[in-house]
Design a protein around this ligand. Structure first.
Ligand SMILES: [Zn+2]
Length: 61
């Protein structure tokens, strides 16, 4: 089992968030829409299947 580092909020750096929805990218990865538990700001977490050992891409929205 791979240990994947948890993404953190790009707005305040808090590691806790809840997923609002997950949309498949069509290439095996997925885009998760998340909301930070600390500052309540939204952001996207993009999982790329070819980079499983690296940090997921976090995109503020
Ligand atoms: Zn935050």
């Amino acid at each position: 089992m791979l240990l994947i580092p948890k993404p953190a909020c790009p707005h305040c750096g808090h590691p806790g968030f809840r997923r609002v929805k997950t949309a498949p990218n069509g290439d095996g990865g997925s885009t998760r829409q998340c909301v930070c538990l600390a500052c309540d700001q939204g952001f996207l977490v993009i999982d790329e299947p070819t980079f499983q050992s690296e940090l997921p891409v976090v995109w503020p929205v």
